[in-house]
Every structure is written in C-alpha cells, then in structure tokens.
Design a binder for this molecule. Structure first.
Ligand SMILES: O=c1[nH]c(=O)c2[nH]c(=O)[nH]c2[nH]1
Length: 332
C-alpha cells in the first residue's frame, strides 16, 4: 500500500480491496444444430487491488472503477466470453480482463460459485435428456476462486486457482465408530462401534500458480482457452471441470466406503485420494461439521433404543455440531 499523507490519523491503510459481490448471472447457450440448450447459474464476486489507496485516504474517486462498472463487465463477459460454460475459464477471463484493461489495477480476485441445474430426463429419453428443461438437483455449490496477479507487468500475469465445493450434505447409517478417545472427569460421551455419520462437506483444493495471457483485443473477449493450465510452467495441463468432478466423486466414494474411525480419519483418506488421483492438485482442505444424530432414550417406557444395534430412532441435532478441518499438502 502506498505511503499516506502525514496528517493526524492514528492509523495507516494496510490493505485495501474492493469490488462487487453476489453478481447473479444466468446464461443460456443455444446450439442451433442440435436444438440443445446449455445453462449455467453463477454467483460472481469480482474484487480489485491496485493503486487505489487515495480513494480511501483522500476521498479521491478518480482511481475508482465503480463497482457498478465491475458488475457491467461481468455481464458483458457473460454475454461474449466463449468460456461462459466453464467456471474456471470464465473466472480467468474476467480476472485477466479487469487487470489488463485498467493500468492502475494490479490484481483481481474472482469467485464464481455455480448453482446446480440438471437436465430433466423422462423415461426413454435419449441422453443427455431434455433439450431445454432442467431441475435443481441439490443445494450443493461448486466454486472456483481465481487470483490474477499483474504486479510483474501486464505481459506477465500469473494466475492462482483454487477449486472447491460446499454444502454437499451426506449421511451414512453404519460404517462409522468413535472409540478410545480421551476419558476424564468431563467425559459423558459413550464409545460406539456403530453410529450415524453425517456431514456437510466443504472442500477446497489448490493448483500451482501458472502464467496466463491477457486478452489482446480492445474489447478483451479473445482470452484463449489454451492459456488455461496447458501453458502452466508448473502444474501442467489440467481441466478445472474434470478435477471438480473427480473431487466430488472421490469425496462421496470415500465417505460411503470407509469404515470410519472418526471424522478426522475419514477426512484424511478423502484428501489423500484426491492428491493420489489428481497430479495437478497441490493441497486439499476439508471442513467437515459432525452433524450429530442422537438415539432417543426410551428407557422410561422400557424400550431399548440406545444400544447401537437397537438404535433406530434419532434426534437430528442442528447445534452444537463438531467441526473438523485439515489441509493436506503434497509432500516432497
Ligand atoms: O469423529 C468424531 N471426532 C471427534 O473429534 C468427536 N468428538 C465427539 O464428541 N464425537 C466425535 N466424533
């Protein structure tokens, strides 16, 4: 942050970033030949850093690209970008557009959160299903976070990409235990070799930074797909959509199959599998609430519902929940 005027202010501007949050975008892409429509729904956040200190310290709006303009650029690219159906490439396109267009803007931070829409498939309908009718098949959100760093010059942009998903709600009715934990004067929890395990998965994973080319045309719409991943000096070629699908399926598969000793141990296995199966992923972070389901005690009416093998009526407990998180980074 640039130096500030020596006035009587007791503080200095240490960091500053601004932009538009929750830009809601729905886009339909119609294929005239097949008559198949493709859709995406995004919540976009686009934030900027650069030589903007005086807008905070001296009420100098001449350095401010209005957040309203940032919103308009987001919609302009939703209309014109050839990458709109791919959230990673769209985020890279928007981020490079902003940094390359404004000389005094040196970094952009783009988050594209994608809401689910699945094609309706009626009985006997050929794949991929209905051409233009969709349904919301879950509240889970996929997201990508992109940082475009132009501090080494507009011809030497560097992209940092993080992908992830949140609110993937899962539950299993067996294959989960929790035993041998610390027992002391505060312990009331009983050890169980069989319990319900439910969590709302929050997952993120990072890629190695890679160089990315800014759009070269005046309107900044010719951002090239080839500049994504393929030209990465470290990290190699990767496809954000493929990694995202793999991360989701590994999460579900490990959750379902693991004979879980704890949320912690299952989390670790999920992360190791993603690192093993996706060479381009550098680190994996899970945040897993342990959503408790407590067997209802029916001893007062002489019914056993608390020994694990007899427990089949539970109270789903919203709060409090456990909260287990870890980041597992590629070693070596
Ligand atoms: O998988 C678990 N991990 C914990 O740390 C914990 N603590 C707790 O009370 N129940 C559980 N379950």
């Amino acid at each position: 942050m640039s130096a500030q005027p020596s006035d009587s202010s007791p503080g200095v501007l240490a960091t500053a970033r601004y932009g538009k949050d929750k830009v809601r975008v729905f886009r339909v892409v119609r294929d005239p030949a097949s008559k198949v429509h493709h859709i995406v729904e995004y919540n976009v956040t686009a934030l900027l850093e650069g030589d903007i200190a005086t807008s905070f310290t001296q009420a100098d709006n001449t350095v401010v690209v209005a957040t309203d303009s940032i919103k308009n650029i987001t919609y302009y690219l939703a209309k014109t970008s050839p990458h709109i159906l791919d959230p990673t490439r769209f985020a890279l396109h928007l981020g490079t557009h902003l940094v390359s267009k404004y000389a005094h803007i040196h970094k952009s931070f783009i988050t594209v959160e994608q809401l689910r829409w699945a094609r309706i498939a009626e009985d006997g309908m050929p794949a991929p299903g209905h051409t233009h009718a969709f349904w919301r098949d879950g509240n889970e959100k996929k997201y990508v976070q992109v940082e475009i760093d132009g501090t080494k010059g507009k011809e030497a942009l560097v992209a940092k990409v993080e992908g992830g998903l949140r609110d993937l709600l899962v539950l299993k009715t067996t294959g989960s235990a929790f035993e041998s934990f610390v027992r002391d004067e505060y312990t009331t929890l009983v050890e169980v070799d069989d319990r319900i395990f439910s969590t709302s998965v929050d997952l993120s994973y990072t890629f190695a930074p890679f160089p990315v080319r800014a759009p070269t045309d005046e309107k900044k719409v010719t951002f090239e797909a080839a500049a994504v991943g393929k030209e990465a000096e470290s990290g190699g070629a990767w496809d954000g959509e493929k990694v995202s699908a793999l991360a989701r399926s590994i999460t579900l598969d490990v959750f379902a199959r693991d004979e879980s000793a704890s949320v912690q141990a299952t989390l670790y296995k999920m992360a190791q599998r993603l690192l093993a199966e996706s060479a381009e992923v550098q680190s994996v972070r899970y945040v897993l609430p342990n959503k408790h389901y407590i067997p209802v005690d029916m001893k007062y009416i002489g019914v056993d519902n608390t020994t694990p093998s007899a427990a089949d009526v539970f109270v789903p407990v919203d709060a409090p929940s456990g909260l287990i998180s870890a980041t597992i980074s590629r070693g070596g």
